[in-house]
Design a protein around this ligand. Structure first.
Ligand code: UDP
Length: 235
């Protein structure tokens, strides 16, 4: 399968068309961005680590009956994916309070939440990705019925359950993560985008050491060593 034309370039990936109309190639970039791209950086090899980590996690989810856009990893930077129409929602699942939640609700950083919290944000850089409730989703026609909204929430909770226990076996706490969904050629909603330390918060189980993009957000050093350790623990 070969890359034909550049379809789209996002902050973390480039998407290329292929000779199969239902397949795209996602090339993972070494770029790092935070705070709606107000902070920018790059680390050689970061994209490759995320491509490998995402591939392992998508395979794990597929094995657990979660439908994803993942087809196969072509090489360390490139993933073959089903072509989907992305739903402009960032679905965040939180197990432990940190980041924007602590600021918004005043919950203590590191506090375990009573139950996994599912939140929606509108994937819209111009509006700064505002938080949305179910009715906002319907008002702006992102997801137009309760059935699809509940389907996405249930799917996000199932994905969380699978990932929590997988990471726990590797001595990693899944603090929170962001996922995106798309509609495939049959209009079915499937998990898309990536799941990597760029989009998850992972803390070492014993020391709570951060092993994710917060290292970049908070200028704590290079992310590559931490991402390499995540990959070594899960592969
Ligand atoms: N997240 C992401 N992309 C975004 C915003 C958040 O991947 O544009 C992830 C982030 O890595 C974390 C979770 O979603 O795992 C919750 O992030 P939060 O809302 O706390 O945002 P932040 O503190 O990064 O502003």
């Amino acid at each position: 399968m070969e890359k034909l034309t550049l379809l789209y370039e996002g902050k973390g990936k480039k998407l290329y068309t292929t000779n199969d109309a239902n397949r795209v190639i996602a090339e993972f970039k070494d770029d790092l961005t935070a705070f709606n791209a107000h902070k920018k950086g790059s680390e050689a090899g970061k994209g490759s680590l995320n491509c490998q980590i995402s591939s392992i996690l998508f395979k794990l989810l597929e094995k657990n009956n979660i439908k994803t856009h993942f087809v196969e990893m072509l090489d360390c930077y490139n993933m073959l994916c089903k072509k989907v129409k992305i739903i402009p929602l960032e679905v965040v699942v939180r197990n432990i309070a940190t980041g924007s939640l602590t600021k918004r609700l005043g919950i203590k950083d590191g506090e375990k939440l009573k139950f996994p919290l599912v939140e929606f944000y509108y994937k819209n850089d111009l509006l700064n990705d505002p938080i949305l409730n179910d009715e906002h989703c319907k008002i702006i026609n992102i997801v137009d019925n309760d059935k699809d909204i509940n389907y996405i929430k249930d799917y996000a909770r199932k994905i969380n359950d699978i990932l929590i226990s997988f990471f726990m076996e590797k001595n990693l706490k899944l603090v929170d993560f962001k996922i995106e969904f798309g509609r495939d050629e049959n209009n079915e909603i499937i998990l898309s985008d990536e799941i990597s330390p760029d989009s998850c918060r992972l803390w070492d189980k014993d020391t709570n050491k951060k092993m994710d993009k917060d290292i970049f957000r908070q200028s704590l050093g290079n992310v590559s060593d931490a991402y390499k350790e995540v990959l070594n623990r899960i592969k």
